[in-house]
Design a protein around this ligand. Structure first.
Ligand code: CMC
Length: 422
């Protein structure tokens, strides 16, 4: 069977044959047929906008790999910082590379005092931490003159280091501001996840349970990248205009903020609280199916038409965390919802399975995080995914400024009418 596709323009009889590689054929075939012919593809459902060597995802088989390594192995054996290095560099670090990388990230965790005193202190007392995070990421770029020097690898590497190292600091700062606690400076003697937990929770004496530190690290690993999702696409689109990485990452974080994307974990917990008891699960599911209620948040995925492999790991991690913190009372409702949905033809036929957000909120809540912080917890590790894609984009000679076309459906030309005659 030939690995080609032939497209015939029935209007002209012209035909073009192009290769299919990795399940993809170039849209230039359409351009060749007729340069003014476009493909209508809302939400880019059928469009591969870039080549990428970072993350492999097979939604039907429930497979997720970073640089070829199965997510299950990384979640079990690796650390977030090692995974960050892998995503950015393509290979796992050797011992000395890992030591240097860990040292470098650890020693870039502090932020300029003005960020806290002038910028963060200016927010309204009840500002949403994710709104604060989005704007702080953008504001951070204003402190670095060299941030705009995106053609220099040295400068890019420096900004990448800064963004990865400082995102937990910005996140913890947003939280402490929102509850009126004094800011806790980074402690460079701690691991990446432990430092974050310390900045969040330390008031007087604070000891981190190693099981919770590990759970935090696993959650960071699972959220580090997910190929061309809405946030990463925003990063690539804004980055393609050669904006600095802070501004581009702020755009990516803004996309993540929405309830259909990273905001879903927050929506899941609110949904479970609204349901209130397992007795109310059947009625809730009926409302979802009839369309009179909301969607079943934490279920369904644009790409996974099978159990999201991250959800399997998160469900297991939830039990590890509950061993330390005690069971989250919402767990029983979540389990009942999952069981009911997975045995209901509405969800089965549409291939709707739990996604990464279905159980992550329960862990975050058990760890003490307020619901408003959940998307911020997603944004901290996803920062590395955004940056890996940003770096790949800038090194890709086939990429240009993103500029899709439209299908114009407005009115035909008409003459302006003065307001007195309308
Ligand atoms: N509950 C009930 N019905 C659903 C759900 C859901 N969670 N998700 C999809 N459907 C139905 C939808 O109504 C449609 O039915 P029909 O064919 O009868 O019109 C069908 O399934 C296909 O849905 P879709 O909206 O075309 O699918 P999509 O690929 O555009 O949406 C999604 C993907 C994730 C936005 C959607 O499944 C959803 O809204 N899920 C709930 C929100 C959520 O959990 N988001 C987190 C996604 S994972 C983390 C991340 O990527 O950030």
């Amino acid at each position: 069977m030939p690995d080609t596709i032939t497209i015939i323009d029935d209007r002209t009889g012209k035909k073009v044959t192009v290769p299919i590689e990795g399940g993809v054929f170039p849209a230039s075939a359409v351009r060749e047929l007729d340069p003014s012919l476009y493909i209508y593809d809302p939400a880019y459902m059928q469009t591969a906008a870039c080549k990428s060597a970072i993350t492999y995802l097979d939604g039907d088989a429930g497979i997720l790999r970073y640089r070829g390594y199965p997510i299950e192995q990384l979640a079990e054996k690796s650390t977030y910082l090692e995974v960050a290095y892998l995503l950015l560099n393509g290979e796992l670090p050797n011992k000395s590379q890992l030591e240097k990388w860990t040292h470098d990230v650890t020693h870039h965790t502090f932020i300029h005092e003005n960020m806290r005193k002038r910028f963060v202190d200016g927010f309204h007392y009840d500002a949403h931490p994710m709104g604060m995070f989005v704007s702080s990421v953008a504001a951070l770029g204003t402190f670095y003159d060299d941030a705009k020097d995106i053609q220099s690898k040295e400068s890019r590497d420096k900004q990448i280091l800064r963004l990865i190292a400082k995102s937990p600091t910005l996140a913890a700062m947003a939280y402490r501001f929102s509850v009126g606690l004094p800011f806790q400076y980074p402690d460079n003697n701690l691991s990446f996840p432990a430092n974050f937990l310390n900045m969040m929770w330390k008031v007087g004496e604070y000891e981190i349970d190693p099981r919770l530190e590990r759970a935090m690290d696993v959650l960071f690993i699972l959220h580090a990248d997910h190929e061309q999702n809405c946030g990463t696409t925003a990063m690539r689109v804004v980055g393609s205009s050669h904006a600095d990485p802070y501004t581009s990452a702020a755009a990516a974080a803004s996309a993540l903020y929405g309830p259909l994307h990273g905001g879903a974990n927050e929506a899941v917990v609110r949904m479970l609280e609204d349901i209130g008891s397992i007795d109310n699960v059947p009625a809730f599911i009926d409302d979802v199916k009839s369309g009179t209620g909301s969607r079943l948040m934490g279920f369904g995925h644009r790409v996974y038409k099978n159990y999201d492999p991250r959800a399997t790991i998160i469900k297991k991690t939830a039990y590890d965390v509950f061993e330390v913190t005690g069971k989250n009372p919402l767990l029983d409702i979540a389990l009942k919802l999952e069981e009911t949905a997975l045995n209901d033809s509405y969800f089965v036929d549409r291939k709707l399975y739990p996604n990464v957000d279905f159980y992550s909120g329960l862990i975050y809540q058990a760890l003490g995080f307020p619901v408003a912080m959940f998307t911020v917890l997603f944004a901290i590790p996803r920062t590395v995914g955004w940056l890996a894609h940003w770096q790949e984009l800038l090194n890709d000679k086939e990429q240009k400024i993103s500029r899709p076309r439209q299908w114009y459906t407005g009115v035909d030309p008409r003459d302006y009418v003065p307001v007195t005659s309308r």
